[in-house]
Unconditional design. Structure first.
Length: 134
């Protein structure tokens, strides 16, 4: 069964529909690659998926272990490379302050977040930096 339907709208723009929910995301090629840059680019979505996956896994872990998880913010920086054009580096700042986790729990949270399926699916040549802030 299909997960997503993608329609090319012209002008380097797409509309992506999540089949199960009907949720829509539009993409544009970035301005440095002949696009308008008015929407997420496909590589922006990869970076976004990685960050969202990490905070979601933390949420699952906290639910399963009856831990407080009231704040989780991720700042993502994506750095592109050329020849071939690709994501070269992803920098994440994981702001997890305010959850009152002890040091032992913080270490578990870090370990859990790194098991993210998106992280396991990206090219191993992409440099990934994650700054966990507790």
């Amino acid at each position: 069964m299909e997960t997503v339907k993608i329609e090319y709208l012209g002008g380097l723009r797409t509309e992506c529909v999540h089949v199960k929910s009907g949720t829509k995301i539009m993409t544009d090629a970035p301005t440095d690659n002949k696009g308008k840059g008015e929407k997420f680019s496909p590589t922006d979505l990869v970076a976004t998926a990685y960050g969202a996956c990490m905070v979601s896994l933390i949420g699952i872990y906290c639910q399963d272990h009856d831990l407080k998880y009231t704040q989780g913010y991720v700042s993502v920086e994506k750095i592109m490379e050329s020849n071939p054009r690709r994501i070269g580096q992803l920098n994440f700042i994981m702001d997890l302050k305010g959850n009152d986790w002890d040091e032992k729990t913080q270490k578990k949270i870090i370990r859990v977040s790194k098991t993210c399926p998106v992280a396991k699916s990206i090219d191993p040549n992409i440099i990934v930096n994650i700054d966990f802030q507790f």
